[in-house]
Design a protein around this ligand. Structure first.
Ligand code: SF4
Ligand code: SF4
Length: 319
């Protein structure tokens, strides 16, 4: 852990610009290019679109493949710590085993800058998932402002790129940092008990509970589109003899998502699709990738037009 005294963001952004990085800052809705941070407003959209865009051309073709456009732009993206963790979960999908070259090029050329939260948001519950809003996990540059001092952690990648003078934090500094971390952790209003949750999910797969909790769901897919860890996409071709193949975000909340060519649909009913979101994040990904695929950002709660609340739904499973 390091300390920076002075205007850290000015030094950081000047350094990034001199190295050819474009800087993206959350603006409450999405992200916009900028060079200064006045106030941090976590965006409704997560940062996943920088690595897995909503639509992305994979190949352009005519008689044969004419072009494979890979995005190499250097970007520095300012995010919340939970979004930085979300990117590490996407890495498990796109970089572990079969490597996705489009995703990898973006990851290799991007720096993730996370800023510690000063207070838990109304819908946040990252702490219940064992994460701290003062964790640097997934961040190339982690910044926390405590008592007018900037506390900084850098990844090896950031150390290779950035040339900023920092001093080592001493014991006193670290104690202040931990005090602030504990103070912020005490502001979480939402709690999710994940102990025994996978067992309760396994026991209640066939329960009518899923029909009840899905009654208001309108199947809009907002919960999956805004989620920093949802990664499903569809692949489509535009143009018969000449055109492009692209991928576009898809959602397990849409009926076509599981429609088979035989016309059979294993998740024909809305409640089956809603149930899948909970099982996928809290059971299947845990079994397949060793991680719960939720970072507790609360976007799927705050933005759901039907009031489906992932914490309430999971707390009540099996009760
Ligand atoms: S749970 Fe909410 S956000 Fe998700 S599909 Fe249903 S209505 Fe839309
Ligand atoms: S499931 Fe909901 S709370 Fe969890 S990471 Fe996705 S949007 Fe955030």
């Amino acid at each position: 852990m390091y300390i920076f005294e002075g205007d850290f963001f000015k030094s950081l952004f000047d350094e990034l610009k001199s190295k050819g990085y474009r800087i993206y800052i959350p603006d409450g809705y999405g992200f916009k290019e900028g060079e200064e941070i006045k106030e941090i407003k976590r965006s409704k959209k997560s940062a996943k679109e920088f690595f897995l865009p909503q639509n992305e051309i994979l190949i352009k073709y005519s008689d044969w493949v004419e072009d494979v456009p890979v995005d190499n732009e250097k970007r520095a993206i300012v995010v919340s710590p939970c979004d930085a963790r979300g990117i590490t979960l996407l890495d498990k999908v796109f970089l572990d085993g079969l490597v996705d070259p489009y995703y990898k090029a973006r990851r290799d050329n991007s720096l993730v800058i996370s800023i510690a939260c000063n207070k838990a948001g109304d819908y946040c519950f990252c702490e219940s998932l064992g994460f701290s809003p003062y964790s640097s996990e997934g961040s190339d540059v982690f910044v926390a402002e405590v008592d007018g001092k900037y506390f900084i952690e850098l990844s090896d990648k950031a150390k290779d790129i950035l040339d900023i003078e920092l001093k080592e934090a001493d014991e006193n500094d670290i104690e202040k940092f931990r005090e602030k971390e504990n103070e912020v952790k005490s502001t979480f209003k939402r709690k999710l008990n994940i102990e025994g949750l996978s067992g309760r999910l396994k026991e209640n797969f066939e329960s009518d509970y899923w029909k009840k909790v899905s009654i208001n769901c309108v199947g809009c897919g907002i919960c999956t589109f805004l989620c920093p860890t949802c990664f499903c996409f569809d692949m489509l071709d535009e143009g018969e003899k000449e055109g492009f193949r692209y991928r576009a975000w898809d959602s397990c909340q849409f009926p076509l998502y599981t429609l088979e060519s035989s016309s059979h649909n294993p998740r024909n009913e809305k409640w089956q699709r809603l149930r899948n979101r909970f099982y996928d994040k809290f059971l299947y990904m845990l079994e397949n990738k060793g991680e719960i695929f939720c970072v507790g950002c609360g976007r799927c709660i705050s933005e759901c037009p039907a009031g489906v609340d992932i914490v309430e739904v999971l707390e009540e499973v099996g009760r």
